[in-house]
Design a protein around this ligand. Sequence first.
Ligand code: SF4
Ligand code: MSK
Length: 637
Amino acid sequence: MNEKSVDRASLTMLQHAAKERLETAWDRWEAQQPQCGFGQLGVCCRICNMGPCRIDPFGREPKRGTCGADADTIVARNLVRMVAAGAAAHSDHGRDVAHTLILAAEGKGGYQIKDPAKLRRIAAEFGIAPNGHTDQQIARELGERGLAMFGRQEGALDYIKRAPEARRNTWQRLGIVPRGIDREIVEVMHRTNMGVDCDYKNILMQGFRAALADGWGGSMLATDFQDILFRQPQPIRSRVNLGVLKKDQVNLVVHGHEPALSEMIVAASRDPEVLKLAAEKGATGVNVAGICCTANEILMRHGVPVAGNFLQQELAIITGAVDLMVVDVQCVMPALAGITNCFHTKLVTTSPKARMPGVEHIQFSEEGAYRIAKDIVTRAVENFVRRDPKKVNIPEDATDLIAGFTTETVYQFLGGRYRATYRPLNDAVMDGRLRGAVGVVGCNNPNTVHDHGHLALTKELLRNDVLVVTSGCSAIADAKEGLLQPEAAFKYAGAGLREICETVGIPPVLHVGACVDNSRILTTLVAICDEGGLGKDFSQLPIAGSAPEWMSEKAVTIGFYCVASGLLTHFNTPHPVLGSPGVTRFITEEVEGLLGGKFLFEPDPLKAAGAILNHIDQKRAELKLKPPMYKPVPVSV
Ligand code: SF4
Ligand code: MSK
């Protein structure tokens, strides 16, 4: 059992599930073994009806599909289709947020512009003159400009001008400046259609372009517009893990990605009518908790507790204490329909894009947001009385955390109230107190020990004086381990990082939000480059990215835009590319000469940390920075 997770609460629930013969993702993954080798290597093609075709991975016949496509073409096509799917998911989320901003400007749906200062700052970046215009007028124009980024046909996405000049020049030279978000995704699908692009390097470059359209387009837009609507996060305290579910309260779990619904659920859970009904039903309150990225969204803006990360979605139901789980889009397992049937838990889908057979659907629309959210919360309250106390088994584990760091709040933390600046951070890197910084992000996957990759890699980086920023399910893993507390610096950080955390009062791992908020990492890097002293391009900085337990196509897209932005980017298990030595060599070696970044595939988190540290040291040497000030503390993870 221990090899399934390092999280005690999850292990408790897995034992309970085994006893009760309840199936989880781990069981289904085991039932899939051995998984299809052709699929793992990426050499299966079913793009046209002359196939499906598959290429022999050992160089024997068949070496080509019916049309003549070889392993390089097939692997590259499959890979960039993953990138397109991931970019589509993030960016469609961004599109909905732009739509919501327009509704807020029109006074519809109960949404407000909660951060007018950010509205005006972003509007100015888009060249929208503020003179004499109301927030509503500016929001409307900004929302429309945001939507126009999706259908743009020529030129560069508005956000591209945020990138350092050297980076923009690289993209320009390589012909991968993203034009419109939808356009780049469509072009991936066109080029990978039967009989179009068969030059694997050319195909992969379009993959980088589509990923840039996500990182520097759809995701960045989602982050900025959400901050405008729901306000920019500030560091906030909360708690995490299955122990946040409450025996005596109505437990409503929100799961998915988009905050438009969950924001309203939080508001509705505090509605006096709802609370009165809860009291009538014998509950002491309404407890909203989150899973996956929607959890991160309402955590960092409202301090709403987090029940768990991706692999804990079924485990939350198995506690028997969830009265209603409401889902929107992305990372929602179809298995939830079955597991909720074993309990009193009501499952509700809300997005027209994501329905489940046999599951109640309450269609969410931004126009009727509060009314719909209140309806859902009321159903949760009404379902409380159906909870079977004999089936309730809530683990005690719950850990304190601080979440909600942004590019802007890090400025304030480092420079103080009166002189917001990244100077202290850059100085700390330059004088060797801080060795570098790494973004550790992404999912869980039953193909590796749940949370182990995130924690082992992160702790090894911390003890080597590397500041870690985190998002998505990785952030939730870190939070459960206590790494999002300032005190974690004493336990895990090397002497240099510890000094900084102590002085500034921050945890050694900074939670920056949901998966779309990886764009905050990009804008933070822009600020670091602008501050000066550490090079003029991301590829010169002593930094890296990692997704140590990746699962989703969205993670591949994030990896692609990190590499295209000049970062060494680690994934534990390889992308499905090993069937093509050409593609593998290109994305793990040759692309560095073009983009300055490359992929590193390494399943062992400690070895991965070693490779990342070597990369950081190499960058430090190239910048002629002082050697690291301290030797790592002699404790291992
Ligand atoms: Fe086979 Fe070529 Fe059709 Fe792919 S596109 S299924 S390799 S014939
Ligand atoms: S939720 S994409 S499992 S991080 Fe963003 Fe977690 Fe990965 Fe989904």
